[in-house]
Design a protein around this ligand. Structure first.
Ligand SMILES: [Zn+2]
Length: 239
């Protein structure tokens, strides 16, 4: 019996020594990924925050690629799946609001789903569109409303770290100079009870960026950039 116990200790020591250091930070951390939009948008309205009289469509249909013609909901699920595997590989527990396009999930539904998982961080993946075809770059949105007072500062911190890591891996431009956009009007933020960020991974209305966004290599750079940011967010949080 004793030798079994010794063997057990040796195995535990072995695992702890050779365990990937990144996984030690990720252990037990829960990430909820919300790939934006879906095949068919829902125009019916829902309140933008609990108790608010201000209403917005339950889920919009999103943008589409100017060259690729790819809908945003397809692109962001491709990237979200890469992010899911990247985070799982690093030891995070990952939940997804959707893994197919044929779903009917409003932004409130998505926030409530993530709330039920008590995530350390929710990542809502979206892509941008602009009437100005020259605009390009990445920015990360974070909540800044009074509804979200309790999660604003942690979300902002995560957004600041994630945008910098995203720029390192993608070499993209920071949209609006800072690459950060505080928001008070997003339903998906206002219903969140846990820190949440929304990376707008690039402009599908920009020819060059649209094409780049659909390549596997660039999508992987986005996934790794966000995952590096998540790792760093926890390391900073530990100090
Ligand atoms: Zn979107």
């Amino acid at each position: 019996m004793k030798s079994f116990f010794k063997l057990f200790i040796v195995i535990i020591l072995f695992i702890s020594v050779f365990h990937h250091p990144k996984q030690a930070d990720a252990a037990g951390k829960v990430i909820c990924i919300d790939p934006g939009h879906q095949k068919v948008g829902i125009n019916k309205l829902e309140p933008i925050a609990p108790g608010s009289k201000s209403m917005k469509p339950k889920v919009s249909s999103g943008t589409a690629g100017i060259v690729t013609k790819k809908p945003e909901y397809v692109l962001v699920l491709e990237v979200s799946k890469k992010l899911q595997s990247e985070l799982k590989k690093r030891g995070y527990k990952v939940y997804m609001t959707r893994t197919t396009h044929n779903v009917s999930l409003s932004n409130v539904d998505r926030a409530k789903y993530c709330n039920s998982k008590k995530p350390d961080l929710t990542i809502r993946v979206h892509a941008d569109g602009s009437t100005n075809k020259n605009v390009s770059g990445i920015h990360v949105l974070y909540p800044s409303a009074t509804y979200t007072k309790s999660i604003n500062s942690k979300s902002k911190k995560a957004a600041e770290i994630v945008i910098n890591e995203l720029i390192k891996t993608t070499k993209a431009k920071k949209f609006n100079g800072k690459g950060l956009s505080p928001r008070t009007d997003l339903t998906g933020f206002n219903w969140s009870k846990h820190p949440v960020i929304l990376p707008e991974i690039g402009f599908m209305s920009n020819k060059i960026e649209d094409k780049k966004l659909s390549t596997k290599a660039y999508q992987q750079k986005i996934a790794v950039g966000i995952a590096n940011g998540v790792d760093k967010y926890y390391k900073n949080g530990k100090k």
